[in-house]
Design a binder for this molecule. Structure first.
Ligand SMILES: Nc1ncnc2c1ncn2[C@@H]1O[C@H](COP(=O)(O)OP(=O)(O)OP(=O)(O)O)[C@@H](O)[C@H]1O
Ligand SMILES: [K+]
Ligand SMILES: [Mg+2]
Length: 679
């Protein structure tokens, strides 16, 4: 359903990553990764020992020290390379986005109605500009007048132009996109340097990458482990002295580096960057790594109905009279109620009325004023010059409105409205004064493939709830057709937030997709808020993710990527720590054999010589990092299953694998070293 977007990778991606890995050797940079920083300090000490073998007293072999120095150096480079490679794709993408960011001229409207050509960088929030066919939209904004088709390929990669129109949920435009037909007036919504494109560039570039709480927690664990092993290794010195076994410093450093979690320490940030990057490849812009991670733990997804589960082009399809009302009267009043309603629904009502023979004069209403649609009132309408109030809106809202004025409810209103709702349509009641004249049938259809997607989410253990402002009958029909687990009808914006808060209070993580201004508060409240790029500016600003393809079901991919990210990190941490078992058996006997030959009984791996054992373990420790880069970047495979099942499966694969693989690897390296008489 959703496509991935591939960015042309520069041919010299690898060369650049290599250059970057050397630049990252700077201790000030290394310090941000304490585990690898310890390796760097060890490297400096063994380097000194290579040239001054008796620096710390006693005898040590300069050649052995030199080899250890070299392996440590390579270990650091491998870790830096992993991070640089992960960063490379984002940098390339930022480069191509920067090309899109052109400075343009804009036609700004002054207070007195004249226009003035200004530089796009001079535009500020609140400025009004006019953009015509063929011109670039100078900055982010909201259409306040007109309809246009806009080519957004510069941002979304999708070449088919999209229709943007004033009012409703499709009014936002992005700077850098091009108007391909018609003329629009835009109210600018961002100051220079803060546009969507600017934010996108800095995000993919990773300029503002912050460690997520999960990453910080794991990092703390890794640092603690490093400290523990640092203490263990330093206390080995006096213990060895006690049994008269002198342990060379380089050997001790080799042991330390083997035991501290260098594998996960070296790959940790690459895993995080690659996770964000995978989201971007799905054409979703995540404002933070935290949002991506949170999506991996989501329990509940809240979706709105119109435009998310249904196609969303709710169009007036029929006028249905109630009571003794005449169809022509209903036609006229319905159209008049929409005279100032700039939403797609409102426009479609006028179109239908005209199609059914209404003359344009009926909409000539001097002295009248419009009442905009609001999600709170669920009504819109027109106040005529003679004092007559015309309204249209959700049936229950209109009923309440009429009752409050002492009007009566036609007997057949209920059944006729229900008939529309049961078919999945939205009935809008039309009232003139206090007389309900009839209904407008707004038609909408469920998008194809919805049921399969919700089934998939259920297998992941995620509950789906449809939350709509529409009436319960329409909601029930659509909910059943789409296959969501639950639904809430007649929801006002505050009800959506309340629903999210309720789930969160039960300890659940909640994701929400939406596109409307009325969705914005809920998008902000949710742990993961995915806004549609087609949606309003308010929705996009409140959310922590924006889907450039405006496909609300994309949340499924985002959840899968988040889960994959968490799993990859868990799997590689398990693997990294399990590795230590084999390294103990390789190095500890070797160290003591050097002094106490009887200890050779401990050499259960039957390694050639003590030196070979130490170097093999250290080499394995280095080589495993680049070998795991592809896994860190691509992520471990995710198949929908319950969390506990996943956990036990991963423990077996990466825990057991983490113990066994180094036994085999170290033995193999030892055999190769021995065969070539290198040790
Ligand atoms: N232009 C309009 N004029 C009058 N009433 C409207 C208009 N648009 C929608 N309504 C009524 O208000 C109700 C709420 O509309 P709204 O678009 O806010 O729904 P929502 O909360 O976004 O939920 P969803 O998008 O899932 O339908 C609609 O079900 C409809 O009955
Ligand atoms: K290690
Ligand atoms: Mg909506």
């Amino acid at each position: 359903m959703s496509k991935t977007r591939t960015v042309a990778l520069p041919k010299d991606l690898y060369r650049q990553a290599i250059v970057e890995s050397f630049k990252k050797l700077d201790p000030r940079v290394m310090m941000k990764n304490p585990v690898m920083f310890v390796v760097e300090v060890g490297f400096v000490i063994t380097l000194l020992l290579t040239f001054f073998p008796s620096l710390f007293g006693g005898e040590s072999k300069p050649l052995f020290n030199g080899v250890v120095t070299f392996i440590l150096f390579v270990t650091i480079l491998f870790a830096n390379f992993a991070e640089s490679l992960a960063e490379g794709r984002g940098k390339a993408q930022a480069q191509s986005l920067k090309k899109t960011k052109q400075e343009t001229k804009a036609r700004r409207l002054a207070k007195d109605g004249t226009t003035q050509m200004v530089h796009s960088t001079e535009l500020r929030k609140g400025d009004i500009v006019i953009v015509e066919t063929g011109e670039l939209i100078p900055s982010d904004g909201e259409i306040i007048e007109g309809v246009a088709s806009v080519d957004e390929s510069a941002i979304t990669g999708e070449s088919a132009p999209v229709i943007k129109e004033a009012g409703g949920d499709f009014s936002s435009v992005t700077g850098g996109t091009r108007v391909v037909s018609d003329q629009i007036r835009i109210r600018i919504t961002s100051d220079p340097g803060e546009s969507f494109l600017d934010r996108m560039i800095s995000l993919v570039e990773g300029a503002k990458r912050q460690k997520t709480p999960n990453e910080i927690a794991l990092n703390t664990l890794l640092v603690s482990l490093t400290l523990i092993f640092l203490i263990v290794c330093t206390t080995l010195l006096p213990i060895a002295g006690f049994v008269n076994a002198a342990i060379p410093v380089a050997t001790l450093i080799a042991l330390l580096v083997c035991l501290i979690p260098t594998t996960i320490g070296g790959l940790l940030s690459a895993i995080g960057i690659a996770g964000m990057d995978r989201v971007t490849q799905f054409n979703v812009i995540a404002m933070s790594g935290k949002a991506v991670e949170a999506s991996g733990d989501i329990n509940t997804i809240i979706l709105d109905k119109t435009g998310t589960i249904t196609h969303g082009n709710r169009m007036a399809a029929e006028f249905v009279t109630v009571g003794r009302a005449k169809l022509e009267v209903l036609n006229r009043v319905a159209a008049q109620s929409s005279r100032y309603d700039e939403t797609p629904e409102g426009r479609s009502v006028i179109e239908l009325a005209k199609k059914q023979g209404l003359s344009g004069e009926a909409l000539d209403l001097p002295g009248s004023e419009g009442v905009e649609f609001r999600a709170e009132t669920r009504m819109s309408g027109t106040n005529l010059a003679d004092g007559t109030l015309i309204r249209k809106g959700a049936v229950d809202a209109i009923k309440k409105y009429v009752s409050e004025q002492g009007g009566s409810i036609p007997a057949d209103l209920e059944t006729k409205a229900n008939a529309i709702a049961v078919a999945g349509g939205t009935p809008l009641a039309v009232v003139e004064g206090k007389t309900i004249l009839g209904l407008i049938y707004l038609k909408d259809t469920v998008k194809p493939g919805m049921r399969e997607r919700f089934d998939e989410l259920r297998r992941m253990g995620i509950r789906t709830v449809m939350c709509t402002g529409d009436n319960p009958l329409t909601a029930a029909t659509i909910a059943k057709e789409a296959g969501v687990d639950d639904f809430v009808a007649e929801a006002k914006p505050e009800d959506k937030i309340a629903l999210i808060r309720k789930e969160q209070a039960e300890g659940k993580l909640v994701a929400m997709t939406g596109d409307g201004t009325n969705d914005a508060p809920a998008l902000a409240q949710a742990d993961v808020g995915l806004a549609m790029n087609s949606g309003t500016v308010a929705a996009k600003e409140a959310a922590n993710m924006v889907d450039l393809d405006s496909d609300p079901t994309k949340i499924i991919e985002v959840v899968a990527i988040g889960k994959q990210l968490l799993m990859t990190r868990g799997a590689l941490t398990t693997f990294s720590i399990a590795n230590d078992v084999a390294k103990y058996f390789a190095i500890i006997p070797a160290m003591f054999m050097l002094a106490i030959p009887q200890m050779s009984a401990l050499n259960i791996m039957n390694l050639a010589t003590p030196q070979s054992a130490i170097l093999s373990a250290l080499l394995f420790n280095a080589i495993i990092i680049p070998l795991l880069i592809p896994l860190a970047m691509k992520g471990v495979k995710y198949t929908p299953m319950s969390a506990s099942k996943l956990l036990s499966r991963n423990l077996v694969v990466y825990g057991l694998g983490g113990i066994l693989v180094p036994f085999i690897g170290i033995k193999l390296i030892d055999m190769i070293l021995a065969a070539f008489r290198l040790v």
